[in-house]
Design a protein around this ligand. Structure first.
Ligand code: PGA
Length: 240
């Protein structure tokens, strides 16, 4: 695991965008794993600028997102499909049919995730962007007694619901279940780019990097992946 520390969120985001830009220019038909949440917003804004001002071409890319809320469709402002459409897909020339996000409105969520597992096998990712939760989760793989190996339907912890309520009008509106990629598919990506910013993530970052590999801190499993780059800001890194 390599770690690079930047003085602030903006510089971390620009560095992340440079890496994605290099990936896309070197391999225009790359498969990228993408994440939602506050963390990658600066990265996506810079990718939009690179498209508009520096001819970065997204037309041959394929993207696969990590997760989605059960019960929310593309028109719901809290859904991750809506987030991706707003933050990135509508800002660049990507082929919408080559962007995959689990379907939160699937009649059978379990079947949806079995299909998503097969999709991930079929489209191995060149690079996976990740964020980390305060409790060390990645995607919606929550702290537990064992790792959530496969794509699955996750019951969200109260702490995750509380952390994500800022994207909704109230805590009650946050769905209690989500569709999530599992640890196996996350580790299947050739390269992993983890972004961590802010003081609220200090403990999670420290546990991921220096703690034991344990399902109580799902991100700690990344210590076993051969090519993980962590970009963080000074606030998050202050206990490393
Ligand atoms: P955040 O979420 O970027 O909104 O902090 C990260 C996560 O929960 O994985």
């Amino acid at each position: 695991m390599k770690i690079q520390i930047y003085d602030n969120y903006e510089h971390m985001s620009l560095a992340a965008a440079k890496l994605l830009e290099a990936q896309i220019r070197l391999k225009p038909n790359a498969v990228l794993g993408l994440a939602t949440g506050s963390t990658p917003i600066g990265l996506y804004q810079e990718l939009g600028r690179l498209y508009r001002e520096e001819n970065l071409d997204f037309s041959e890319l394929t993207t696969i997102n990590l997760d989605e809320y059960v019960g929310l469709g593309p028109d719901h402002p809290g859904s991750y499909r809506y987030f991706m459409d707003q933050q990135l897909f509508s800002q660049v020339n990507i082929d919408y049919d080559s962007t995959y996000v689990p379907n939160g409105l699937a009649d059978d969520p379990e079947e949806e995730m079995a299909d998503y597992e097969a999709l991930c096998d079929y489209l191995p990712r060149d690079l996976q962007v990740l964020g980390i939760g305060h409790d060390g989760h990645i995607a919606f793989c929550e702290p537990d007694d064992s790792f959530a190996t496969y794509c699955h339907v996750a019951e969200l912890l109260d702490s995750t619901i509380a952390a994500n309520k800022r994207f909704f009008r109230s805590k009650e509106e946050v769905p209690a279940r989500a569709l999530s990629m599992g640890i196996k598919q996350i580790l299947n990506a050739k390269k992993i780019l983890m972004l961590v910013n802010g003081e609220a993530k200090t403990a999670a970052l420290k546990a991921m990097v220096t703690g034991p590999v344990t399902p109580k801190v799902p991100a700690s499993i990344l210590q076993l992946h051969p090519d993980v780059l962590v970009l963080c800001d000074e606030a998050a890194a202050k206990e490393l």
